[in-house]
Write a protein that binds this ligand. Sequence first.
Ligand SMILES: Cc1ncc(COP(=O)(O)O)c(C=O)c1O
Length: 421
Amino acid sequence: MINIKTKIPGPKSARFLVELKKKNGGYGVPHPLVFSGKGRGVYCEDIDGNRFLDFASQIATNPLGYNHPELLKIVKSLKSFPVKYAGQDFTVREHLKMIDKVLSISKGMKQAFLSNSGAEAVENAIKIAMRKRKEKKFTISFQGAFHGRTLGALSLHHSKPIHRKGYMLEPNKELPFDESAGDKLKDIIKKHGSQSVGLVILEHLQGEGGYRVPERKMVRGVYSICKNNKIPYIADEVQAGMGRTGKWWSFEHYGIRPDVFSAAKALQVGATVSNMFPDEPGALSSTWGGGSVVDMMLGMKTIDIIKKEKLLQKNRKNGKYMMKRLNELEVGNIRGRGLMTAFDLQDSRERDNLVIESAKRGLLVLGAGEKGIRLIPPYVVNKKEIDVGLSVLEKSMKEIRKKGFKHSGKICNFMGCGDGS
Ligand SMILES: Cc1ncc(COP(=O)(O)O)c(C=O)c1O
């Protein structure tokens, strides 16, 4: 149950956040709470004793929710040090087991490379493709694309301009995120030659850029042009992968098999999966590839639990229910797949207001794109909890749509407070 006992942020959380804001060089717009580690399933608690319903899943990294007993058992079982090994050079059994586990859910794929984050998984996908393309001049990605914050991944980026501003990036061309993408790709090939294209990369359910579901015609068209011209086709599954959309990988909804794909977040480690790795030793490496032993153990167990508890089917079912309930609200452009859904508000100000008002009432949600809200609860969510979440959204919406509505209080020191920032 949601239980909000203090103003949000609570006094203890507010003290930490003030310090963090002063000292954290990457300070952004954090949610106004500090997690205590307590909680169960879709509910989590802050250090002020408030209990929230989490429809943000730690930005899709926490598919099984808080304190899942089987995952907790793994954390408690660790009794030796180090827990992090320099896995590309000094291996533990978990490195091979983790690779095998990833391949067990990646039909037709024979090799994987482990890293520590989504951006690294994408960087390595870029490298794999580039190594093969001797005459490449640029990469190709899509309008709204987000592939991570390292400079290679940022070169593919077409989401918020602030992410790229002032950085020196690799040459890239942008395709529209619609059915005209294939024609645009053909034009590029005609003008520059297919050999100039280093790679094409796509999120098969676009995350940060707005939770947009690509049209089948767009994906199949671009994919077949890539195949015909031997252009490496990369799927970025960092956010939409690991079962969130009701299939292990979101590209599976299109009946295609990419040459390379990247995974991370819910997997707990980064992974780049492909059948075209360079065969020169040293072409790819990473000291802590795969993160720590505990990350790998948790990632493997997560896959086992998703299989055992049939969570792909459950996500499809709950996703449909979520859509049905969303249709009863006064919101626009409802979209998504499985448990990766979103809707739009009138503008970014109204969206930001809704994120804040919902947090004050104990529901954690994230924005997506220009004016969207994403709903990505942990896979363990049930219908009743979906109802609770949507009723908070509904009440929050009523509140923010009152004439002259404006937030006030400490929350405004941390969040945009509806000024559209
Ligand atoms: C599709 C996609 N690719 C890559 C990344 C980067 O992942 P990380 O933040 O773990 O580097 C993200 C992160 O949100 C993402 O959504």
